[in-house]
Design a binder for this molecule. Structure first.
Ligand SMILES: [Zn+2]
Length: 266
């Protein structure tokens, strides 16, 4: 599931494949960019901001030479892959391809990307400026994340952790796992959470532990079926107390929790 760590990893793949390269061609399979040609443009860097990917480019001299950013969002199902020139693009079905960027050393292919847009780098804030502190960003600021969470005391902690305006990078998997590890019911109002700072710090540690690999584990085990405490484990016994894990809707997402380890304190 693309959460902040997956997007961070993806940014690193693109950085290694394309940073410093001059593109030899591009192909956009989305209507809003269908006529865009990035041949001759240089890739400055690839970065992530929460769940947003920012590929920063310098336009070809003939196109003005200015700094631009190709923005994409993976949501639930998007992906970027880097291939060697001539390698078969085997990661996903071809009909999911939304963009192809060619360079002398690598071909980057974006599958099922959302919110694909080419904007002046100076205007990145219009797309990511609303985000709270990035859990995996160089400027991660737990105090600011706590301040933003605390500003909405009546919201449930389950929904507040997913709200990227509070802190950027937590998706449903990490939300469920953090709440289990902190012994918090997902329905606990933010005002009743005893240690918000400890909660955001744990979220950051869990994401950071999965940087650099595609497998996501919050238990320390990478064995199939053992990578989470509650996420995806409906009706299976809690790893701590044996109670059946429950699954229910919370807002527009499902949540998993152990009713014994995470009692409702509201
Ligand atoms: Zn339990």
């Amino acid at each position: 599931m693309p959460e902040g760590d997956t997007v961070w990893n993806t940014a690193r793949v693109l950085q290694r494949a394309l940073a410093g390269a001059r593109l030899t061609g591009s192909e956009f399979r989305v209507p809003q960019l269908a006529s865009t040609d990035l041949a001759g443009w240089t890739v400055r860097e690839s970065a992530s901001r929460g769940k947003h990917l920012l590929l920063r480019l310098t336009a070809a001299p003939a196109a003005g030479g200015a700094d631009w950013t190709l923005h994409s969002h993976l949501r639930m199902d998007g992906a970027w892959r880097a291939y060697a020139p001539g390698e078969r693009w085997a990661a996903r079905p071809a009909h999911l391809i939304r963009v192809v960027l060619r360079s002398p050393g690598a071909v980057a292919v974006g599958y099922h990307l959302h919110e694909l847009a080419l904007i002046p780098t100076a205007e990145e804030g219009s797309l990511v400026g609303h985000l709270g502190p990035d859990l995996l960003g160089p400027d991660w600021d737990p105090d600011e994340a706590v301040r933003r969470l605390a500003a909405h005391p009546d919201e449930t902690i389950g929904e507040a952790l997913l709200d990227q305006r509070n802190l950027a990078g937590v998706g449903n998997l990490y939300k469920c796992e953090v709440l289990f590890l902190r012994g918090l019911s997902p329905w606990t109002p933010v005002r009743a959470v005893p240690d918000l700072a400890g909660t955001v710090t744990l979220a950051q540690r869990l994401l950071a532990a999965n940087r650099g690999r595609w497998a996501q584990s919050t238990t320390g085990s990478l064995h199939r079926g053992q990578t989470s405490y509650v996420y995806g484990r409906r009706a299976q016994p809690c790893r701590r107390c044996g109670t059946a894990i429950r699954k229910e809707e919370l807002g527009d997402r499902v949540t998993y929790w152990c009713p014994a380890c995470q009692p409702d304190r509201s």
